[in-house]
Design a binder for this molecule. Structure first.
Ligand SMILES: [Zn+2]
Length: 325
């Protein structure tokens, strides 16, 4: 399912990229994600308080790590619901390359905490859901994992342990660099998965897991020497390396795995883009009853709709929906 054209390790020097890799001697496959302008556009546009921006940046990196396994079409969504000050995160990845995200939070609770909350505390208890839509007639898959006071990294580990039974390591990092003119956000992530070729009926490395035959299972052997080694190498990655704009993804992988040899595949470029449109919103408004639409009319006599993802505001004449009704 992954591009088979392996390339020599050389610098792509690119931001907003997902780079698949393999460490074949250790039966490891994974991806590195580096988000620059895309995640900065999302976090800056919303003007989120720094702790919320950090959390959403992590969620964006995790979403691209998982979603970029989809090929040319399909949609991957990460959503959290919890009882913490950030009660909802939504991140959409539309294959092959589009990313959008928003967070909902309680400003008062956040203020009371004076920024002293960890990402796990911001989320609180609740759940994290991954939804994959393959497009066309293909099925929709949803995996859910409980949030019980852990952060997104740990929740992702839990998900792979429970739902996929693939030994997986996920690392996420977000950084804000403050300059005279304001601040710039970056996010990065690394995912490594243990997928031994020899294991019969092994699952494909890439999402979705939904198309694995019924009853397919791999024996998880967490003590496997190869995986232990891969995990300890991958775990040495530092937060600052994941978000360093001067360190390419290729060089980062080389630092981690050069002793075993690491192969990289075609990078996937990522961009920030919303999929809202006049057409979709008009369709959505038509789904409401005439009474519901009347209740939406604002003081200016129009129905205003603001996209939660990209903050685009659009206003409609209510009469256009009543014609012929
Ligand atoms: Zn939008």
């Amino acid at each position: 399912m992954m591009a088979q054209t392996s390339r020599p390790v050389s610098d792509s020097g690119l931001d907003d990229v997902a780079l698949p890799f393999a460490v074949e001697p250790l039966d490891v496959r994974g991806r590195v994600v580096r988000l620059g302008p895309s995640v900065d556009a999302i976090l800056t546009r919303h003007g989120y308080p720094a702790p919320v921006a950090r959390l959403l940046g992590e969620a964006a990196a995790l979403t691209v790590l998982l979603g970029s396994a989809l090929k040319m079409e399909g949609r991957f969504q990460l959503q959290t619901r919890g009882d913490g000050p950030v009660d909802m995160l939504v991140v959409d990845f539309d294959a092959p390359d589009r990313l959008r995200a928003f967070a909902r939070f309680d400003a008062e609770r956040l203020d009371q905490a004076r920024g002293g909350l960890s990402p796990a505390e911001l989320l609180g208890s609740g759940h994290l859901a991954f939804t994959i839509e393959q497009g066309g007639d293909l099925s929709r898959y949803q995996g859910v994992v409980a949030l019980t006071g852990q952060g997104l990294e740990e929740a992702a580990h839990e998900y792979f342990r429970q739902s996929e039974q693939i030994p997986t390591l996920v690392r996420l990092a977000v950084a804000e660099s403050v300059t005279g003119g304001g601040s710039t956000w970056r996010a990065g992530g690394l995912m490594a998965q243990f997928l031994p070729e020899a294991s019969p009926g092994r699952r494909q490395p890439d999402l979705p897991p939904g198309d694995a035959p019924e009853g397919t299972q791999i024996d998880e052997t967490p003590e496997d020497d190869a995986w232990m080694e891969a995990k300890s190498l991958a775990a040495t990655v530092e937060d600052h390396e994941l978000v360093d704009p001067l360190l390419s993804s290729e060089r980062l992988l080389y630092r981690l795995f050069h002793e075993r040899g690491v192969k990289v595949f075609e990078p996937r470029l990522i961009k920030e883009a919303c999929r809202c449109s006049d057409l979709r919103i008009r369709d959505m408004l038509r789904q409401f009853t005439a009474q519901e639409r009347r209740d939406m009319i604002g003081d200016d006599g129009r129905i205003g709709v603001t996209c939660e993802f990209c903050s685009t505001h659009r206003a409609y004449d209510p009469l256009e929906f009543e014609a012929g009704a």
